[in-house]
Design a protein around this ligand. Structure first.
Ligand SMILES: Cc1cc2ncn([C@H]3O[C@H](COP(=O)(O)O)[C@@H](O)[C@H]3O)c2cc1C
Ligand SMILES: O=C(O)c1cccnc1
Length: 334
């Protein structure tokens, strides 16, 4: 499977596999026999059934989680939309490679492998108020980096990003997909002032107006960034491989939302890991019908909020697959 245009990529989304309904049904019947009052493990039960369906295994466990971090630079930073300078992107890539970032600690804690893909950092995207951030070839190249980064033997995927300026890009994507006022989609990112927030609002409004009328993948190319497109490519590949995905914060969710708009149901293999403190993340998750697993006030990105809940998903599967049934344990069923 491969693609060389956005329309070929959209075709892959349209032909993506469904979950294995029979494995899900078997998991459901097992769940009904486990030594606990029906429904008493709450959402953990739902997670186990969702995971079993995607893996095609009624009694699965999480053995090989993978975290992939993509980095890209944004032309829009020239407008002053971030509290930090764009050089921080490449500096943080070195930090990821040396094990010093939050995501390194969270991946290790969760027992996940972690890799970093810096995409053309010396070639920032075009300022999207002046033109399309990426042309089609650039966007396809970034989608391909993400597509190829997924380990086919992984059984749970986290995608994260690093790219100074990318909360502005994510807000513009969300605004273009869902409409409304730009103010409803911008947030403080790395911590911009009130004046910075107003500037972001104007920049997003200008970008959305300039690129009006595009389809979902056209919006990703025009307003996104290479790391956002790579996250979208990795999420799509995970679907093709039936690897469940944990979505991270606002930026990851905005990139993912372009897939859902290109093809309804494209994110059925994804669960929302957390709700970020970035102002519009809750609104974006609600638009996608995704209920976050936790809300701990994180506003970092890097895949941090997703990696954080790998142990929670692992725990749901340990209960589902490790517990005894009433018959096995000789416990009287109610
Ligand atoms: C040191 C540092 C580490 C980070 N790790 C993630 N981000 C996060 O902040 C950036 C988005 O915010 P904005 O749109 O305001 O630039 C992204 O790189 C995101 O991953 C970081 C930001 C900084 C400064
Ligand atoms: O929610 C996120 O992904 C986020 C929020 C602020 C800064 N960086 C990332």
């Amino acid at each position: 499977m491969s693609f060389s245009t956005l329309s070929e990529f959209a075709d892959l989304l349209a032909h993506a596999p469904a979950p294995d309904y029979s494995a899900r049904e078997q998991a459901q019947s097992r769940n009904a026999q486990l030594t606990k009052p029906a429904g008493s493990l709450g959402r953990l039960e739902e997670i186990a059934l969702w995971y079993a369906g995607w893996r095609g295994d009624a009694r699965p466990r999480v053995a090989a989680p993978q975290a992939i971090i993509f980095a890209g630079n944004h032309g829009i930073t020239a407008k002053g939309v971030s509290a930090f300078p764009p050089e921080v992107t490449v500096q943080m890539v070195a930090n990821f490679e040396h094990g010093g970032a939050a995501i390194n600690q969270l991946s290790r804690t969760a027992g996940a492998s972690m890799s970093v893909h810096a995409i053309d950092l010396d070639r920032p995207t075009v300022d999207f108020t002046q033109g399309a951030a990426m042309d089609e070839a650039d966007c396809v190249a970034a989608l391909t980096v993400g597509w190829n980064a997924v380990d086919p033997t992984a059984d749970l995927l986290v995608v994260g990003e690093m790219g100074i300026g990318n909360t502005t890009s994510a807000a513009a994507i969300a605004n273009a997909l869902y409409g409304g006022a730009a103010a409803a989609w911008v947030g403080r990112g790395t911590g911009v002032s009130d004046a910075g927030l107003k500037l972001k609002e104007d920049v997003v409004a200008a970008g959305v107006a300039r690129h009006a009328g595009k389809d979902a993948l056209g919006i990703l190319a025009a307003l996104g960034g290479r790391e956002l497109a790579a996250m979208a490519g990795a999420i799509a590949r995970a679907r093709a491989l039936r690897i469940p995905v944990i979505l991270d914060g606002f930026i990851c969710t905005a990139a993912a939302a372009t897939l859902e708009h290109a093809c309804a149901g494209a994110l059925d293999h994804c669960i929302a890991g957390h709700q970020s403190d970035e102002a519009a993340h809750g609104r974006l998750l609600a638009a996608l019908g995704k209920e976050p697993l936790v809300s701990l006030g994180l506003r970092l990105g890097e895949g941090s909020g997703a990696a954080l809940v790998i142990p929670l998903i692992r725990a749901a599967l340990e209960c589902h697959s490790g517990m005894a049934t009433f018959a096995e344990a000789g416990v009287a069923a109610g």
